[in-house]
Design a protein around this ligand. Structure first.
Ligand code: FES
Length: 149
């Protein structure tokens, strides 16, 4: 099988084709600062081929529930954003895995709380852990706490 050699710079169309992300989404990522392009002499956007990995990481992170703001923060912490290495990906993946573990724990707790509420329906600020987990509102003082101006 012949290996296809990828040019150093690729168009938005090629990037879209290689990542499965629509051109409009790639432009959106660029507006959000997640990826960067350069204009060529014909004034067309060109992306360094390594941005394929960045877009793949963005897709994985979004699928696992991370916001674009979270992803941008992580990408900004990398030594070289245009050339994300396998080591970078392992470090990012490890951190995101820990975040996912925390979210899973919280969701399991939430599910257990909800099980207590099914069939109850009281929605009592004093009793209902789902409405007022660990009586957090009670710690803020007496009277209505959920009212906004
Ligand atoms: S609805 Fe009654 S305890 Fe949550």
């Amino acid at each position: 099988m012949r290996k296809i050699i990828m040019p150093e710079w690729i168009s938005v169309g090629v990037l879209s084709e290689r990542t499965g992300v629509s051109v409009s989404a790639l432009h959106f990522y660029e507006r959000k600062g997640l990826i960067k392009s350069q204009r060529n002499t014909s004034n067309h956007r060109q992306y360094p081929k390594h941005v394929i990995r960045v877009v793949s990481i963005i897709q994985v992170a979004q699928r696992t529930g991370f916001s674009l703001e979270d992803i941008l923060l992580e990408l900004e912490g990398l030594p070289n954003r245009t050339r994300v290495t396998i080591d970078d990906w392992e470090a990012l993946g490890g951190r995101w895995q820990n975040e996912l573990d925390k979210k899973i724990t919280q969701l399991v707790e939430l599910k257990e709380m909800m099980a207590d509420c099914i069939g109850c329906g009281c929605l009592s600020l004093e009793r209902c852990r789902l409405l007022n987990p660990y009586d957090e509102l009670g710690e803020k003082g007496t009277g209505p706490r959920l009212m906004t101006k």
